[in-house]
Design a protein around this ligand. Structure first.
Ligand SMILES: Nc1nc2c(ncn2[C@@H]2O[C@H](COP(=O)(O)OP(=O)(O)OP(=O)(O)O)[C@@H](O)[C@H]2O)c(=O)[nH]1
Length: 225
């Protein structure tokens, strides 16, 4: 004898415990379940889309790094909610040197490859707890939680050497290396963040003015130049 559970029906119907789908009452139950099921499914689909849109809005599409929006809408909120786990923040503002020239010499596609490669270097060389974001164009920011600018400068100079020694190959097998300039400032509170960022930008400008391939913070005697 063929049991009732073997009647052809969509597999998701097995999710409900029904002995029979024949009585009127049971049919009503089934239909109400079906409509509930699809309502639930469409809610999940909407939730998925929203999550995907959020991810998209907070991710730099070329490099996959978090973008500037991620910092304000997530990272700073997280810092505000758990200050003891994050503050002080060291803010490292990075601008790749002579990037226009690199694009002009080797092509925009190679420039894109360099930005991707640089993001990978940031990821591998800075601690996992650091936020590494593409700020826009050839500008990046690294935020180091629980670090003073003095500690951050040591890491930053080590990374500067790592980057200048890192050789990349073009599709014509030309060897290309890269340098960057950096300004570092410290935020002791979340409210301090924007001022610290401006300060880091001034130090970055100073690093460029001093000939590039340089890290400048309050500890550098030429910082005010
Ligand atoms: N390949 C590529 N280039 C980009 C991207 N975003 C910005 N750039 C280029 O980066 C270059 C930045 O040039 P500038 O602002 O003149 O700065 P720079 O040549 O790096 O000179 P300094 O900053 O003074 O050392 C421009 O030519 C932009 O077109 C990108 O996503 N991909």
């Amino acid at each position: 004898m063929i049991s009732k559970t073997k009647i052809n029906k969509p597999s998701w119907l097995n999710l409900i415990n029904i002995d029979s789908v024949y009585s009127f009452d049971k049919q009503r139950q089934v239909f109400s379940f079906i409509s509930e099921y699809f309502r639930h499914r469409s809610h999940l689909a909407i939730a998925d889309i929203t999550l995907e849109q959020k991810q998209h809005a907070h991710t730099d599409q070329l490099t996959g790094a978090p973008n500037r929006r991620f910092i304000s809408s997530h990272f700073l909120k997280l810092t505000a909610s758990r200050p003891a786990h994050y503050l002080p923040l060291s803010i490292l503002l990075i601008d790749l040197d002579n990037f226009k020239q690199l694009n002009d010499s080797y092509g925009h596609d190679f420039g894109d490859t360099v930005l991707i490669e640089f993001t990978k270097l940031l990821e591998s060389q800075f601690p996992a707890t650091a936020l590494k974001a593409r700020y826009g164009g050839e500008e990046f920011v690294v935020i180091l939680p629980l670090q003073t600018t003095l500690e951050a400068s040591i890491l930053a100079n080590r990374f500067r050497e790592c980057v200048q020694n890192h050789v990349m190959l073009t599709d014509k097998h030309q060897r290309v290396s890269l340098t960057y300039s950096m300004g570092i400032a410290q935020a002791n509170s979340v409210d301090d963040y924007n001022n610290a960022l401006k300060q880091a930008d001034q130090y970055l400008y100073s690093a460029k003015a001093q000939g590039r391939n340089k890290v400048v913070s309050v500890h550098d005697q030429h910082a005010s130049e």
